[in-house]
Ligand binder design. Sequence first.
Ligand code: BGC
Length: 429
Amino acid sequence: MPRNWSELQFPSDFLWGTATSAHQVDGGNTNNNWWEWTHREGAVTPSAGIACDHWTRFEEDFTILHSLNQNAYRFSMEWSRIMPKCGVVSQEVIEHYHRVIAALKERGIEPFVTLHHFTEPLWFTKLGGLKQKRNVQFFRKYVEVVAREFSDEITFWNTVNEPNLRAACGFFQGIHPPGEKGVNNYIKALRNLIRMHAEAYQMLKQQAQHNIVGLVKNIMVIEPYRPQSWMDRQLSWVIDYLMNAVTLRALKTGKLPFSFLGEYPGLKDSSDFIGLNYYSHIFCSLTLPEYMKAYRGQVDPAKLCAGLGWEAYPEGVLIALQRLWKELQIPIYITENGIGTDNDAWRQQYIAEHLHQVHEALRQGIPVKGYFYWSLLDNFEWAEGYSSPFGLIACDRDTLTRRVKMSGYWYGTIALNHRLSIASAQNAT
Ligand code: BGC
């Protein structure tokens, strides 16, 4: 079939990057809840172990990023390493992060730092972790240290990564540590994560007004499994409310999720930008096992995110961007978008189709400022272990040797030209 080529130009100051998180790539994070979770008796998930050894190989990785024309990189600092014990700061680890930031800057890559990405120090867990309101102060102390140390070197900060997912997986479904279940636990953890976000925002702004700080929110487009069913529509509404709406409302109004009382100090408008993590959509119905499914009816297995079973739904990123812009009216960075698959051609298609939608959002006047592909490397995919390769760069599990995939080179040319060339089937008429 004949094809049309379209050239989609992105703004010249658009940020092109990839994203990672400490526990998923660094290796040797032995002092956090995930290490304990994967080493406990009867653990089903393998340990992250040495992961990609990014902790020692970061320079090599940044050199690859530079060769792929990346101008930004999102990574997380590991709280359990910076504060190995309650009240104790590791100067050695602080120095490590100074070297990481310097290595990025030498290569012209803008650091985007996440302060909390799913992991907490073991000592924090032992004090009751995310369920205890009084523990928010410990996160505040960690942010105080980091803000003081790095505000001269870092401009962009992500406070908390996906508070709703952290709370849902760890405290409602029980598939992440601490493995608890129940709506009450979910609400407690979520409220504390939102408090932590507000404290971090205020701390960073107090330290330096030039700090640009935002929460990272995962938006799953939630749809009724049977669109004609009233019950499925109601359930979708409830799940969307629990997973998406309460957090957006908290940022807007300053009221904690599920609170109708006063504002939490410093929460209202506590995001200079919002980070959007977008992967797919999900369907809800009381008739489904566990009430949710990642696709309707049959799906082409080549379109499934390996290990995780999500179906790609590129239109959803536009829906999510429109929603965030309508509700918050602040700049948006796509802080994660990607697919875990062995089929690299499919990865390329996934990125192209999502960027196409991002371009449409820009055309509609939505201020999308950057795109971070998830992920830099094939890495530790939480409960799925190493079974879902998201990387633009493969990482051999035995030798840890890096190999740039075709999709990585291709993404590099988009970043170089700020332009996406896409082929579309030509209409016969
Ligand atoms: C998380 C990442 C994770 C990715 C793919 C996001 O929800 O922030 O840590 O690897 O999804 O599952």
